[in-house]
Design a protein around this ligand. Structure first.
Ligand SMILES: Nc1ncnc2c1ncn2[C@@H]1O[C@H](COP(=O)(O)OP(=O)(O)OP(=O)(O)O)[C@@H](O)[C@H]1O
Ligand SMILES: [Mg+2]
Length: 215
């Protein structure tokens, strides 16, 4: 079944944990899903991810934006489109809403420019559903820092940004959800992980039933 679901939220909101649980749930339902992520869902994307997170001095805002766009174009061409065309459910850890939230609401890049770039980079490929894991910035950053203790390589440049930046990103995601209520499902990610996973699973199950019935 061709369904495209994206997972969005600030650092430490639980995207990777939830996507793994949904992937497991779907494979148990005999509905295997492809799990992927941005940036870094392809070989080119891995290189771009490394550049984005590690190069010093940091890329300027426009260069950062264009690198994310290149990552996404390759991700769609090599991974997302072929999977959707072959009737697979695609679960992506971050997608275009992250660009709007981080570069637009966070960095202040014009939303109009981002929308034009989105059309170029993605040919307007939109998710069928977006699960937004929402939680206070402080909680998310504390979780990300704890996880970093276990895995030094997971440090990202964005985690080092100011609290104000992360607040702007969180609010940006919430504005996007308000603007697109038919596509977004907002989940309170400060709940225990099992509750977050249960809520996310019921949204995914509902969408998949709906899609199956409409065919
Ligand atoms: N609801 C939760 N309650 C408590 N801890 C959680 C919850 N969700 C996730 N965690 C823990 O918080 C840490 C970050 O979770 P995870 O890596 O899934 O977040 P993420 O959104 O993928 O972060 P990033 O954007 O940095 O990749 C992990 O150690 C995870 O086990
Ligand atoms: Mg993650």
């Amino acid at each position: 079944m061709s369904v495209f679901i994206t997972f969005e939220g600030i650092e430490g909101s639980g995207k990777s944990s939830v996507i793994a649980a949904i992937g497991k749930f779907l494979s148990e339902q005999n509905c295997p899903a492809l799990q992927t992520r941005e940036p870094g869902g392809t070989e080119l994307g891995q290189e771009i991810r490394r550049i984005l997170l590690q190069t010093t001095p940091a890329p300027c805002h426009l260069a950062e934006l264009l690198l994310f766009a290149a990552d996404r174009a390759q991700h769609i061409a090599q991974v997302i489109r072929p999977a959707l065309d072959s009737g697979t459910v695609v679960l992506s850890d971050r997608y275009a809403d992250s660009t709007l939230a981080y570069q637009g609401y966070g960095r202040g890049v014009s939303l109009e420019l981002l929308s034009r770039l989105h059309t170029i980079a993605t040919a307007d490929l939109a998710p069928d559903m977006t699960l937004l894991l929402d939680l206070p910035v402080q909680t998310g950053l504390e979780r990300a820092a704890l996880r970093r203790g276990e895995d030094q390589a997971s440090w990202t440049r964005f985690e080092a940004e100011t609290l104000e930046f992360h607040e702007a990103v969180r609010n940006g995601f919430l504005v996007l959800a308000q603007k697109n209520p038919q596509r977004f499902r907002v989940i309170n990610a400060s709940q225990p992980l099992t509750d977050v996973i249960n809520e996310a699973t019921s949204h995914v199950e509902a969408l998949i039933k709906l899609t199956a019935n409409s065919r």
